[in-house]
Design a protein around this ligand. Structure first.
Ligand SMILES: N[C@@H](CCC(=O)N[C@@H](CS)C(=O)NCC(=O)O)C(=O)O
Length: 237
């Protein structure tokens, strides 16, 4: 029996489970996985058997249960100091923790109006309330991290860190809801002469798209949480 067990909600829907799972995967250690499907009559009772908060994910290590995705990342970073869960440099680590914590405690509009459903395709849906402001802030975080710390690596801080785990479900949401975030932020800077708009778009937007695509490819290379799930399906708003 494995030393570690993760109790997870089904990861097509549970963004927090994905975050904990990706951090666990990063350690390279074998672990047991118990998946509890959400939104069923028996869900609450099944979660209550493991979780004092009634929420998933949970990491179990011996008699210890850790019931929050960020706490799981921190525990694993302490248990596996060489796994690269956070950047080695203390100042960079502080920034990585800040962006992960910002995701953990924020972006409520995006989370409310663009619920995660990795298999779904809902282009154009979910653009309510303050969602645009959340998208703008998230992409600013991505750009800043990539520009300051990305170096030659494909992730926010160059090599993979838990900050990437915290934003992975956002990448999935952007795919599901077809968020063309670079274009939408450009549109807000109008009016702009047409020719200039095109020039800026070519020079600045396309590289950012490529970065996000690399980001997604990096997650896929890590072993997808969607292994075995059916094809994507579409639904109107
Ligand atoms: N702050 C928690 C949030 C966990 C959370 O909200 N989990 C949801 C699934 S994504 C849950 O367990 N919901 C229980 C339910 O829907 O019955 C964390 O970071 O782990």
């Amino acid at each position: 029996m494995a030393e570690y067990t993760m109790v997870l909600a089904n990861m097509n829907y549970s963004s927090w489970s994905i975050r904990g799972w990706l951090a666990m995967k990063q350690t390279g250690v074998a672990f047991e996985q118990v998946v509890i499907p959400l939104d069923r009559p028996e869900t609450a009772a099944a979660i209550a058997e493991h979780s004092p908060s009634g929420l998933l994910p949970i990491l179990k290590h011996g008699d210890l249960a850790i019931w929050d995705s960020l706490a799981i990342a921190e525990y694993l970073a302490e248990q596996f100091p060489d796994a690269g869960i956070w950047p080695k440099d203390p100042a960079v680590r502080a920034v990585a923790r800040s962006v992960a914590a910002e995701m953990h405690s924020g972006f409520r509009e995006l989370r409310t109006h663009m619920p995660m459903n990795a298999r779904a395709s809902r282009p154009g849906c979910g653009r309510a309330g303050g969602v645009e402001a959340d998208i703008e802030r998230i992409t600013t975080v991505w750009r800043d991290c990539r520009a300051q710390f990305g170096g030659a690596g494909p992730f926010l801080f160059g090599d993979w860190t838990a900050a990437d785990a915290f934003f992975a479900p956002v990448v999935s949401r952007f795919q599901t809801y077809a968020v063309n975030w670079a274009r939408s932020s450009l549109r807000r800077r109008r009016p702009r002469p047409k020719g200039r708009y095109r020039m800026v778009r070519r020079r600045r937007v396309e590289p950012e798209h490529r970065q996000v695509r690399r980001h997604m490819t990096g997650f896929a290379a890590r072993g997808s949480w969607l292994d075995g799930v059916p094809d994507r399906f579409s639904r109107a708003c």
